[in-house]
Design a protein around this ligand. Structure first.
Ligand SMILES: [Fe+2]
Length: 128
């Protein structure tokens, strides 16, 4: 079994997702970003998007193992809209961004762990 405090080189070769969302491993539960925001928003009206790292298990925030950054973007033009950098020990892997959309899109949340690479989740947003 893999130790959680060792880097996993294969995870740095791609953007990572849980292999089975209904049966996630502890590694997947600790790293998968959750997107919290309305399903439907008004065009060009700012709204909050919160990204939490981890599903039922908190990710460590230690010097040896921490989340380096969290970002939110959209699929059109592969555009990253916001990114926040995190410091180990003094911050925890959660960020709220205020964004506005001009048309329906798919939001893309990403986080980067210093030992386990980049993890991604997506959420469709309808703009009315
Ligand atoms: Fe990690």
């Amino acid at each position: 079994m893999m130790k959680m405090t060792e880097a996993t080189p294969s995870l740095f070769e791609q953007v990572n997702y849980p292999k089975d969302r209904n049966n996630m491993t502890d590694l997947e539960k600790k790293h998968w970003p959750r997107i919290e925001c309305p399903d439907t928003v008004e065009a060009n009206k700012p709204f909050d998007v919160t990204v939490n790292v981890g599903v039922g298990i908190d990710h460590p925030s230690e010097l040896a193992h921490f989340i380096e950054w969290i970002s939110i973007g959209r699929t059109e033009g592969n555009l990253e809209m916001c990114r926040v950098g995190l410091s180990p020990k003094f911050s925890h892997p959660r960020a709220t961004f205020r964004v506005a959309l001009d048309k329906s899109t798919t939001l893309v949340a990403r986080e980067s762990c210093n030992l386990h690479g980049i993890w991604e989740n997506k959420k469709d947003i309808k703009v009315k």
